[in-house]
Design a protein around this ligand. Sequence first.
Ligand code: AMP
Ligand code: MG
Length: 340
Amino acid sequence: MTRANHAGRNIALFLSCVFGAVLMLTGCPVRQRAYQRTELVMDTVVTVTAYGRAAPDAVERVMSEFARFDALWNRFDPSSEVSRINANAGREPVKVHEDTRFIIKKSLVHSELSGGAFDITIGPLVDLWGFTRGERRVPASDEIRRAQELVDYRDVVVDDAAGTVFLRRPGMSLDLGAVAKGYATDRAAAILKSHGITQALINAGGNVYAIGSKPDRTNWTIGVQHPRRPGQLIASMRLIDMSAVTSGDYERFFEVGGVRYHHIIDPSTGSPARGGLTAITVVSRDSAEADMLSTSVFILGKSKGIELIRRIGGTEAVFVEEGNIVTITDGLKGQVHITR
Ligand code: AMP
Ligand code: MG
């Protein structure tokens, strides 16, 4: 299923107050009126729901911020900063906005933490497997090897004094798909809070941030999509002032000969990660961190993933393994309801 298909279903479900990849279960407004906007932006469906007098202004500001990030980081828009960095790989450093330098630096730190599982220079491999614009196909091993040689976060140079970013080798390309929505979600939450909003829910294609509680004072309840049963939940959890971000092998994939090839690539093999997980939801106050972690933990698998989550701290997770086995970290005990 493509992200676009997935997005289409999200809109339909939203109408009954139930959201997609991470689903909002019980968000139907009680008493107070919600101000809500849904936009197709950053290659996904973004829905922001906020309560209170400042909600219309705040939500409009949030939507323009999503559009601004899209214009900076969409690697298929030739005028975006990421496209210019990619086009100048091996040639010259490119002057970029500080948001672009910041998200790249945050990603490079996470690459170190994850032992290289997370790598925003994954572009050549994502393209080779056809998860962007090309044909989805299983590449030959020498093609994989050649693309893999172009993937190395240590060849990204961020120069804050000069305000530039440089990819050292021609052919390298950045893909911020595993972190951009999380980063934008954090910014969205900050904008809403700065407008005095105390009750809101942001859903950027499954990157969810719950601010405060619902108007009836109960907590937002977030559902985790069943990785093998479209439209059904495998778990649900209550969240307050927290973000939940999911990565899964059901979001973008194709099948050949009964084998599922999905969009999360392990840089050490050059192929879709086979860490034994089908989905992982990471819960954190920092949505960018949760976004990066969900991708890395998906690649690393459950046991190394748990280690990484413990090392980072302030972070919890729901793991779904092959066979639909659900495991939750200790901090979520009592907050997560496993549906099956
Ligand atoms: P997510 O859904 O947040 O796990 O992000 C998946 C997206 O991140 C993919 O569609 C790619 O654009 C990109 N990606 C794939 N593999 C990696 C990786 N190993 N490190 C960083 N980004 C990746
Ligand atoms: Mg991610």
